[in-house]
Write a protein that binds this ligand. Sequence first.
Ligand code: NAP
Ligand code: FE
Length: 367
Amino acid sequence: MQRFNLFSPTKIIFGEAKIQTLPDFLPVNSNEVLIVTGKNSSKTNGALNIVQTILKDANKKIVIFDEIEPNPLTDTVDLGAKIARENSIDLVLGVGGGSPMDASKCIAMLVNNEGSIKDYIKGKKIINLALPIITIPTTAGTGSEVNQSVVISDSETKTKTGVSSECMFPQFAILDPTFTLSMPYNLTVDTGIDALTHAIEGYLSTKATLSSDKLALESIEIIKEALPQVVKNRKDISLRTQMLYSSMLGGLVISKTGTIMLHAMGYPLTTFYNIPHGRANGILLPTMLEFLKESKVEKINTLNYIFRDNIRKFLNDLGISTKLRDYGIIPEDIIKFLNNVWGRRNFAITPKVVTREDIINLYKQAI
Ligand code: NAP
Ligand code: FE
């Protein structure tokens, strides 16, 4: 057996209508609750209303911060932390996609640690534990609900940076697939591909273990079957449940393995072209697998077997073009992209040395 540490402290409450069990998980001595959410979707899909009603019935005081934009900005996170500090918040709930969940984890950390999220992006040490966090996902993609990582965009440059700390593991994650039924076609695809790439990158990471590989393969196999079906049957709760389950597995995988070069190379596509996070990964996925095929022969063979040697077709059939030029990206952008990704720690856990020339060539191949 290999050597490893495994730490996955989030209590996962999974299944249809499980949101109704939220009262069982509210810490008795937490009374001032901050709900962190996006601007619209949690209002229209009912998640915010249900959570608010449950908290009111439990006699909790509620403050709602519904300003989180997709790819949350440092200024927005800091504003949330200011509101939390001013209201003596003692419990943070993240309700929504990865963006509100990531923001909620940062805010819970910042209440007990001074300064701006920018300081921690630059490497300031987190000294104190975060407030308790409860995550309630409404997309099936990021796995943020069960891991210790966040991705925040700088308000000025829009550059995305990850921050990771064991204190940002949520205490509870309530995964109720009902909330994902309202996702439209493209969001279902984009978030589904984010989940798929977490599992694939985790599987290929140099930090992969026997147990993370099991979870990764389970996640990949379910997504391969369920995603093409769920986009056509978006109100099918059984398919939505499978997608939420597999994205949760992806979140558990990357909490151990991290994401490798693909996530890093996808970030500038979001920063400079506003391409949704999961789609950005999907566009570059076939190019990365080709690049790594000699370094991870067995694992890439397994992936090729699952996708019948044509992961590009799998993506194209879902409506994802794997050509950068279809998104308006031109060769002149490549140096800008290189400067955005160079030095990111994702490359250190990629199972092959990646040079600056490699990165340039990979973007060129995908144009
Ligand atoms: P998101 O950015 O949270 O949300 C994207 C859009 O989907 C928003 O417009 C949102 O509306 C809407 N939406 C959310 N739930 C919906 C629903 N049930 N029905 C209809 N619309 C809905 O999307 P995401 O892909 O889940 O999260 C992406 C973010 O997570 C990125 O910043 C990415 O970098 C990060 N991420 C984090 C991790 C991690 O491990 N922590 C991993 C991967 C990605 P509203 O804005 O109105 O709510
Ligand atoms: Fe991701």
